[in-house]
Write a protein that binds this ligand. Structure first.
Ligand SMILES: NC(=O)c1ccc[n+]([C@@H]2O[C@H](COP(=O)([O-])OP(=O)(O)OC[C@H]3O[C@@H](n4cnc5c(N)ncnc54)[C@H](O)[C@@H]3O)[C@@H](O)[C@H]2O)c1
Length: 254
């Protein structure tokens, strides 16, 4: 039984469908009601049991609510994919809006802590589980014009390490995924805002310059992130915890 936040978005939807194809029941969580119900229909259409929860992952009572509903619906939780997030604003650090900075820390960091905190006892009752947090390649390197986003993803990498050590005795493994650029609506916003502030002249220029630098020459597909998630959540990864798994076509090495 898997709980997936940001289930209405590109990576979250692919994750729901991948885990559903492997027989998991899904609790899909998102703030965007329309996108969430589209995902739920797709998962249901694929033959899996699915329960949707509209929740703000940065709000502790709403996080507790999705955990309680997951346990009530399916009797327990085996996997949490702490994946919902925002990119904030493309801007040099001195122009980053203070409210956007606060939102980034609430939605990208606090949500990950709350999810891990609230799911812990449910996983303990089940004899263990797997938590996978979505960090980013931006959590491992400098990200000019994405100052707050990069900071928030560095925090996810750090929280993953400490949570892994704190929860190991409960047989709860905690890892994070660090994607490079993935083909979702989030990257469309980054491309568009990069054009707006004059970093590039067009979205095509943004994409082409990334692809020329990336050794494998293209953006990551959401299904490829979902495949990594499925591995990290499976017994095949039984001795992997506290790790940051990069999936970026070699970009960080270029
Ligand atoms: N797309 C990329 O290039 C990329 C790269 C690295 C990491 N990531 C990370 O992957 C994760 C998923 O992003 P995506 O690319 O699928 O983007 P997306 O915009 O398609 O999906 C994000 C989802 O999170 C939901 N969400 C936002 N704020 C929320 C809140 N407060 N409560 C509940 N749900 C909320 C949105 O409604 C949306 O459905 C994010 O954490 C993002 O930072 C994305």
């Amino acid at each position: 039984m898997a709980v997936i936040t940001g289930a209405g978005g590109g990576i979250g939807r692919a994750a729901c469908l991948r885990l559903a194809s492997e027989g998991a029941s899904i609790v899909a969580v998102d703030l965007d009601e329309t996108a969430l119900s589209e995902t739920a229909e797709l998962v249901f259409g694929a033959g899996a049991a699915v329960h949707s929860v509209i929740a703000d992952v940065g709000d502790s009572s709403q996080v507790q609510q999705y955990v309680d509903e997951a346990v009530a619906s399916f009797g327990g939780i085996d996997l949490l994919f702490n994946n919902a997030g925002i990119m904030g604003q493309v801007a040099p650090l001195e122009e980053l809006d203070e409210h956007v900075f606060d939102d980034l820390f609430r939605i990208n960091i606090k949500s990950v802590w709350l999810g891990m905190r609230c799911v812990k006892s449910a996983m303990e009752a089940r004899g263990g589980g797997a938590i996978i947090n979505t960090a980013s390649a931006a959590g491992l390197t400098a990200t000019p014009t994405l100052f707050g986003y990069g900071a928030s993803k560095h925090a996810v990498v750090g929280m993953t390490k400490t949570a892994a050590v704190e929860m190991a005795h409960l047989n709860i493994r905690v890892n994070c995924i660090c994607p490079g650029i993935v083909e979702t609506s989030m990257i469309r916003k980054i491309e568009d805002q990069s054009v707006s502030i004059g970093v590039v002249v067009s979205a095509d220029e943004f994409k082409n310059s990334y692809n020329q630098r990336a050794p494998l020459g293209r953006y990551v597909r959401p299904t490829e992130v979902a495949a990594l998630l499925a591995f990290l959540g499976s017994d095949e990864a039984s001795m992997i915890t506290g790790e940051s798994s990069v999936i970026d076509g070699g970009f960080l090495h270029s």
